[in-house]
Design a protein around this ligand. Sequence first.
Ligand SMILES: NC(=O)c1ccc[n+]([C@@H]2O[C@H](COP(=O)([O-])OP(=O)(O)OC[C@H]3O[C@@H](n4cnc5c(N)ncnc54)[C@H](OP(=O)(O)O)[C@@H]3O)[C@@H](O)[C@H]2O)c1
Length: 382
Amino acid sequence: MSNSGGNRVVELVQYGLGGVGRALFGLVTENAQAIYNQLGVDLRYRALVDSGSVLHLDENSALSPQHLRHLAAGLQGTPPERLINQQGAVKKPSDLAVLATELDRLRSDDRGARLVVVDVSGASENIMSPVITAALRQGQRAVLANKRPLCGPIQEYRQLVAAAGTGANRLRYETTVGAALPVISTVNSLLDARDRIHRVNGTFSGTLAYLTSRLEEGVPYSQAVQEAKDKGFTEPDPRDDLGGVDVARKALILSRLLGNDLELKDVEIEPLYPVELAELDIPGFMKSLPQLDEEYAQRVSDAAAEGKVLRYLATVSEGKCRVGLEKVDKDSPFGRLQGTNNMIVFTTNRYNQSPLIVQGPGAGAEITASGVLSDILSMARK
Ligand SMILES: NC(=O)c1ccc[n+]([C@@H]2O[C@H](COP(=O)([O-])OP(=O)(O)OC[C@H]3O[C@@H](n4cnc5c(N)ncnc54)[C@H](OP(=O)(O)O)[C@@H]3O)[C@@H](O)[C@H]2O)c1
């Protein structure tokens, strides 16, 4: 497809320069010209923001494509450069103030550009939810990989969604659930086509999928967790994965999309470690894990006696949301799932006897960045 005119300028204000943010910056910078040629979308960075600093990419101190590539290379280098060390970067007053500056500039530029706030940060909902809601209220757009702004109190969630309006395609968050896998878009397509979704079941954590596969192979719990940590599948503190809250956030996002007014505290969460281990430091926690080996080996063998295996599943149905270990038939789609892939099963009026299944890698900086870019472009084309 080639550009047949009707070019659109889309200006990005990106919050977050971690794994996903840096991958996205590199992806956009490398492909901006090809995107312009093929789709007529002129993607430009206006601001980059991390936890403490901002770099406003002002047209007057124009950063040429060459400079942008240099910046992208530095941010992704080994070791990666900090944003604050880049020419022009300053300590930020606040995340909202960064947005306000960009909105002012957009108004004074008067070039008909669209602003997209891209939240690929790890910031909390009380920081990012007001930023996104404010941008949407000003008629701008937002793309999120960060789940937290969609998981705050239901009133805030409603305000955020209402600010995006209906049918205007101004808020996209495909990568919050299953990275670039089409999960949110599948729910939206089913709902648009007036199907009724009875249940969504999913393995939404590659880390926990790995863990349950290894348990099934007879590996002790403590060893499986240590392996997952050594392979970089877990967060530095494995409790961030084992606690199930990240999976619960994904389940909550889906549940709210289905129209349920649940709060995060309403999601029933089964953590994979007991509360007594929550206060230990990381080495202490890792050392304490063998005490759980017997319990998990027993659960695996109880399941096997029934021809089943354990999977860490999210179950979202009308008014109910649970995440935890479930026994599933060994030869069911979930039972056959190995490795770190995610699998999401939709049971609907139309997909009933044979449910609709989406499967593939559900994490990774590059893949998530590609999903974020896809969201940005699908908005830009409307
Ligand atoms: N990685 C994946 O596979 C994946 C998949 C789907 C969704 N996500 C989501 O995508 C987001 C980014 O993931 P990641 O792996 O890139 O995380 P990460 O490597 O931990 O990076 C987080 C980034 O957020 C920045 N940040 C924190 N507070 C901020 C604030 N108030 N304003 C602006 N930036 C702020 C951090 O800045 P500093 O560097 O200054 O601390 C850092 O650059 C997370 O919300 C994650 O849950 C990730």
